[in-house]
Structure formats: structure tokens, C-alpha cells
Design a protein around this ligand. Structure first.
Ligand code: SF4
Ligand code: SF4
Length: 341
């Protein structure tokens, strides 16, 4: 394990940014967002960024390819640029887990090479959560906010940043920063971890359990009458899906520029009425069906297809952002029993 005084954080960021593009959470009027580091930029103290770091690997819009059409001939133009290495600093434990959820979708056969390219080039420096929020419930899904995963795992105390490399990528980067950091023991980090776990245990959602949900429970939940009331006020705005680090639905559309065709991939939302529309029409005609799809996917379908792994990481973004104050916790409490949590 290595450490550096917080007073030297800018030097650390400058050293990383000298060779790789560095992104870190920075405060804006609209909340914390990931932005490229440049001299004078300050690391946000916010717990969560408004949008999750999934954008780095699965951007909201991307140009997949272009087509040049001349008469009856079509030329396919590969618009991909080889990614350069980049570093994402300060990723929380819940958001790091979300990458595993996305990996299982985009890296399973056939591999999404756009996503893989970015995953291969990204280095994740995670950050333990010293002050978890009342909306946090990552522990429901077995995530430890005091011990995130990542290429390098950081703990920040009042005056020091501790860095622990966990992968080959992390070791390579930390070795490059060795002149700025010094070797240290793990005692300060262990003390902080104990404090974080104590704080997590006192959170309002500390006892929320996912044990009622999981793989192969479709028939237990699909026809439950509670879906109707739960979804009654849902506006179908899609906010919950856009802030969610694990939502991965997209649409592909072609745009005629007048000189050729540009093919784009854009995020989509299962909460939208036109989602899954096919030649014959739409399979999910009502908001109840769309609403049920989102939560069944997080709590039942995804775990069924992915060795029991849930596709919610308890980041709490949908709790904070839904305009009608509906969220996955309310769904879990209603369907999983009133005593849950
Ligand atoms: S469903 Fe809500 S709490 Fe769960 S990962 Fe998505 S935004 Fe976070
Ligand atoms: S649950 Fe809330 S955020 Fe999600 S689509 Fe419905 S109203 Fe919008």
C-alpha cells in the first residue's frame, strides 16, 4: 500500500494526466460530474456523480459507422478511433460493481468491440465511501462501500490518500507514481474501514434484503397485483434508467446526412412507450408492463441469466431523481414483504 498527503493531490493528478487522460468527479451547478482533469481542477467531495461512470464505456450516443452510397454501391466506413488509455479516478464501490453487470452483457459472445475497446483502455481508481448517504443500499447486493473493487483502491482520510493496487494495470500505474507516494502499512485504512462499516450499519436502508428476489423467481412475481398500484403514477420519463449505472438498453438509428448515412447507437429506456416496438406493434402496451419489466430485469431476469448477480448496485440515484418518488426500494419493500428493511 502507498500513501500521499492530500496537499500533494494536484501533483498526483498532474503526474497521471501527463501520460493518460484523467477524469475525476468535479462540482458543477448541476451536481458532481466526471470531467477531464486540468490544472486547477478540484476533486468533488460529493458521494455520487449525477450520471454514473458507465458513460466512459457505454456512452449515451456514439457513431458506430458510416455508409457512403453511390448508385447501387455501398461503402462501409469504420468510424472507430483506437482508444487511448485513460484513468477514471474516484469511482465508488457501487459504480465499480456496475461495470461487472455491463461486462456480462457487452463482453459475452458476440463481444461488443466498441465497449471492449474502451474497457481495455480504462484504468479504474476507486474510492471508499467515508460518508455514505441515506439513499445508499449497496450492502443489499453484497457490495462493501469500505472495500471497493478497482485497479487501484483508494481511501481518503482528513489529510492522506491511501492507494492499493489490485490488478496489473493498477500496479503499472502506481509504480509510475512511486516518486510521489510512499510505502505505508494498512492500519489507517483498516481503522477507516471499521468506521465506514459502522456508518453503513446505521443507514435507513441497512436492513433491506434482496433474498426474496433472484434467479428463477419469475412466476413468483410476474403476475403480482401490486405492480398496478406501484406503477400508477409512473410518468414513463426514463430518468431512472438514464441515471442508472447498470441500465444498458439502446437503440440504433441511421441518419441521412444528404451525402451518406451515419449510424448512431443511443441509450434507450424500457420505460418508454416506443421501446421494443416491432413491425407488428409493441409487446408492452401499458406503463404497468414497462414498469414491471424494469424492476423484474434488475431483480429476477438478470440474476436468472447471470449466476444470481443482481443488476441493481444500490447506488441510490433513482431514489434521488425520480420525479414521483418511486424507486426500486419501494418495489422491493412492497413485493418482498412489508418487513423488508
Ligand atoms: S436501480 Fe436505482 S439504485 Fe439500483 S443501480 Fe439503478 S439507479 Fe442505482
Ligand atoms: S419510475 Fe420515476 S424516474 Fe422512472 S420512468 Fe417512472 S416516473 Fe420516471
Amino acid at each position: 500500500m502507498r500513501k500521499i498527503s492530500l496537499a500533494n493531490l494536484d501533483a498526483l493528478f498532474a503526474a497521471i494526466a501527463a501520460e493518460e487522460t484523467l477524469y475525476l468527479p468535479q462540482d458543477t451547478e448541476k451536481g458532481a460530474v466526471y470531467a477531464e482533469w486540468c490544472e486547477g481542477a478540484t476533486l468533488s467531495n460529493a458521494l455520487n456523480t449525477v450520471r454514473s461512470p458507465k458513460d466512459f464505456f457505454f456512452p449515451q450516443t456514439e457513431n458506430l459507422m458510416d455508409f457512403k452510397v453511390e448508385g447501387k454501391s455501398i461503402e462501409i466506413i469504420d468510424t472507430r478511433k483506437e482508444c487511448e488509455d485513460f484513468v477514471i479516478f474516484g469511482v465508488r464501490a457501487c459504480d465499480v460493481r456496475s461495470f461487472e453487470v455491463l461486462d456480462r452483457v457487452f463482453l459475452s459472445e458476440p463481444v461488443d468491440t466498441y465497449y471492449k475497446n474502451r474497457r481495455d483502455h480504462g484504468v479504474i481508481i476507486s474510492m471508499a465511501c467515508t460518508r455514505p448517504a441515506e439513499t445508499c443500499f449497496c450492502q443489499t447486493f453484497g457490495i462493501d462501500a469500505a472495500a471497493p473493487e478497482g485497479d487501484i483502491v483508494c481511501h481518503k482520510t482528513e489529510d492522506t490518500l491511501y492507494l492499493d493496487a489490485k490488478t496489473e494495470k493498477g500496479e503499472t500505474l502506481l509504480a509510475r507514481l512511486s516518486a510521489l507516494t510512499e510505502e505505508c502499512d494498512t492500519s489507517a485504512v483498516e481503522a477507516q474501514q471499521a468506521l465506514i462499516r459502522e456508518r453503513m450499519a446505521k443507514l435507513p436502508l441497512a436492513n433491506l434484503s434482496a433474498s426474496d428476489f433472484g434467479a428463477d423467481k419469475t412466476m413468483e412475481f410476474f403476475n403480482r397485483p401490486e405492480w398496478k398500484e406501484l406503477s400508477q403514477s409512473c410518468l414513463g420519463c426514463g430518468t431512472c434508467t438514464f441515471v442508472c449505472p447498470t441500465c444498458q438498453c439502446y437503440d440504433i438509428k441511421d441518419f441521412d446526412t444528404g451525402h451518406g448515412i451515419k449510424r448512431f447507437r443511443c441509450w434507450d429506456s424500457c420505460m418508454y412507450s416506443e421501446f421494443t416496438r416491432m413491425a407488428h406493434g409493441n409487446n408492452r402496451l401499458t406503463q404497468v408492463e414497462r414498469f414491471r419489466q424494469r424492476f423484474m430485469h434488475k431483480l429476477v431476469y438478470y440474476p436468472t441469466n447471470n449466476d444470481g448477480l443482481f443488476s441493481c448496485v444500490g447506488c441510490g440515484r433513482c431514489l434521488a431523481k425520480c420525479p414521483i418518488n418511486m424507486n426500486i426500494v419501494k418495489v422491493m419493500k412492497t413485493l418482498g414483504g412489508k418487513d423488508n428493511g
